[in-house]
Design a protein. Structure first.
Length: 127
C-alpha cells in the first residue's frame, strides 16, 4: 500500500491500510508521528473492529495518543482534545475501548504511573 504522504494519511488510505492483511507501518514511528485525532471516530472504529487485521495497532494508537499527552504534560495535546476523544469513545460499545478509557482516565489522574512500555510499546494494547 502506497500513501500519498504517510505523515498525513487520508481517511481512505487509513482504511485501506488497516484492512490489508500483513500491512506494516509505512514509516518508523508512524503511530507516534501521525495526528490520529484528525479521525477520532475512524481510529476508535478500527480499534474496536474484531474483523480488522490491524485492530490491535489502532488500539495501541489510542494508548499512544493519551501517553504522549500525559508524558508531555499536555503541551502537545490539550486536555480538551483528549476529553473530546473520550466523549467519542463513550459511544463505542467495546470492552477494549472501555478498558483503554478507564486506564487513560487513571493515568491522567496519576501521571507519575506512566510507563513507556505500557503506553508506547504496546504492552497495554496487547493485554
Amino acid at each position: 500500500m502506497k500513501f500519498n504522504n504517510p505523515y498525513t494519511p487520508t481517511y481512505e488510505e487509513i482504511i485501506e491500510w488497516a484492512y490489508d492483511i500483513g500491512s506494516v507501518e509505512p514509516e518508523q514511528d508512524w503511530d507516534i508521528l501521525v495526528d490520529w485525532l484528525v479521525y477520532p471516530d475512524l481510529v476508535l472504529k478500527l480499534a474496536s473492529d474484531k474483523n480488522c487485521p490491524s485492530q490491535e495497532y489502532f488500539l495501541h494508537i489510542l494508548y499512544v495518543v493519551v501517553g504522549q499527552a500525559v508524558r508531555g504534560k499536555f503541551s502537545n495535546r490539550s486536555i480538551l482534545e483528549i476529553e473530546v476523544l473520550f466523549d467519542h469513545a463513550k459511544t463505542v460499545d467495546n470492552p477494549n475501548i472501555r478498558t483503554w478509557l478507564g486506564r487513560s482516565r487513571e493515568l491522567i489522574k496519576h501521571p507519575d504511573k506512566f510507563k513507556y512500555d505500557d503506553w508506547f510499546a504496546g504492552k497495554l494494547a496487547r493485554s
